[in-house]
Structures are given as C-alpha cells and as structure tokens.
Design a binder for this molecule. Structure first.
Ligand SMILES: CC(C)(COP(=O)(O)OP(=O)(O)OC[C@H]1O[C@@H](n2cnc3c(N)ncnc32)[C@H](O)[C@@H]1OP(=O)(O)O)[C@@H](O)C(=O)NCCC(=O)NCCS
Length: 156
C-alpha cells in the first residue's frame, strides 16, 4: 500500500468532502444525496469511517445496524478515483470489521450491482462470498433496472 492513511470516525466537518467523493464515485442516479449522507452520519445507527492522508479524506465507508439482529450491512465504500487501487478500500473494510466485531456483529451483508466488478473483486478479496442474484434490484428513473448480487461474510 502506498501512503498508508489514518482511519477515523467521520464528523460533520467531513460532510462536504464526503458528498464530493460520492458524486465522483457514482455519476448515475444511484448516488446518495447530501441529505441522505448527513442522515447516515448524524442520525442513523451506523459506523461511518473516513480514511485520511495529510488531512485529505480519500475514502469512506458506511455500515448500518438494525436493532435486535447481529447482522450488519455495508451501505457503501467510496474511494477517490485519484487514489483507487492503493489498498484504501480494503483498509476501510478491515477497520469497519473490527468495529463490527466489537459490537457483537456475526454476519455482514451487502448488495452490489453485477456491473460493479471493482467492488465485487474488493469484497471477494475481503472474504465475502456471493449469496444470491437479485434481479432488477436497482431501479433507475426512466432508465430501466440493473441486477445486483447479495454478498455475505461471517465474522468470527
Ligand atoms: C470499489 C472501490 C471502493 C475499491 O477501492 P480501492 O481502494 O480501489 O480498492 P483496493 O485498492 O483496496 O483493492 C483491494 C482489492 O480489490 C480488488 N479491486 C479493486 N479495484 C479493482 C478494479 N478496478 N478492478 C479489479 N479489481 C479491483 C483487487 O482484488 C484489489 O486487490 P489487489 O490490488 O491486490 O489486486 C473503488 O473502486 C470505488 O470507490 N469505486 C466506486 C464506488 C463504489 O462502487 N463502491 C462500492 C459500492 S457497493
């Protein structure tokens, strides 16, 4: 890994940069809005981490928890396109896993578009396995739909 960064909890001061990264990472209408990201950061039952190097946020990860279950979900992992393929996505996932273990989470679940080969490769490398194909999981306004795969990983 070049330039190993620091992973810390996201704060509201990071919101502008997080919104910017989300727009850079998802050019279609699947991206989270500023309002949704603010909610995920401040109100949701979540783990929201950022990776920083010399004060610059280069990536983030959002994990969501549901009351009464030991299953958590990866909402998204975003890494600045200028800093991808340097191990940042994997680093964020590993740190988030430690946090989930501390919270007693036993299983992680996520959905990812079948066309998102980089993300699927990242999750496989992190130990996830494909669980089920979800037809027409993502619906686009006037642009049809896209399939997704659900992937899972057991935490020990
Ligand atoms: C998916 C994403 C988070 C990966 O982040 P990253 O920091 O570039 O990933 P890493 O450098 O940690 O890569 C770890 C492993 O994932 C796989 N991988 C990552 N990017 C890949 C790519 N473009 N093509 C193929 N495999 C890839 C590789 O196995 C890699 O290991 P290797 O470098 O030893 O080959 C990043 O591409 C991204 O932000 N994409 C846009 C947002 C997105 O789609 N997020 C997922 C939402 S579900």
């Amino acid at each position: 890994m070049t330039n190993p960064g620091i992973i810390r909890r996201a704060s509201l001061d990071d919101l502008d940069r997080i919104v910017e990264l989300e727009k850079k990472c998802f050019q279609d209408n699947l991206s989270y809005s500023r309002r949704q990201l603010r909610y995920l950061l401040t109100k949701a039952n979540s783990t929201f981490l950022v990776e920083t190097y010399e004060e610059t946020v280069r990536g983030f990860i959002i994990i969501l928890y549901k009351k009464g279950t030991t299953v958590a979900g990866v909402e998204t992992v975003d890494v600045d396109p200028n800093h991808q393929k340097q191990g940042i996505g994997l680093h964020l996932l590993k740190e988030a896993e430690e946090e989930m273990k501390n919270k007693g989470i036993k299983k992680i679940r996520l959905e990812v578009s079948t066309t998102n080969l980089a993300a699927i490769a990242l999750y496989k490398k992190a130990g996830f396995r494909t669980f089920v194909l979800l037809k027409n999981y993502y619906l686009y306004n006037h642009q049809g739909s896209r399939d997704a795969v659900r992937m899972i990983k057991n935490l020990h």
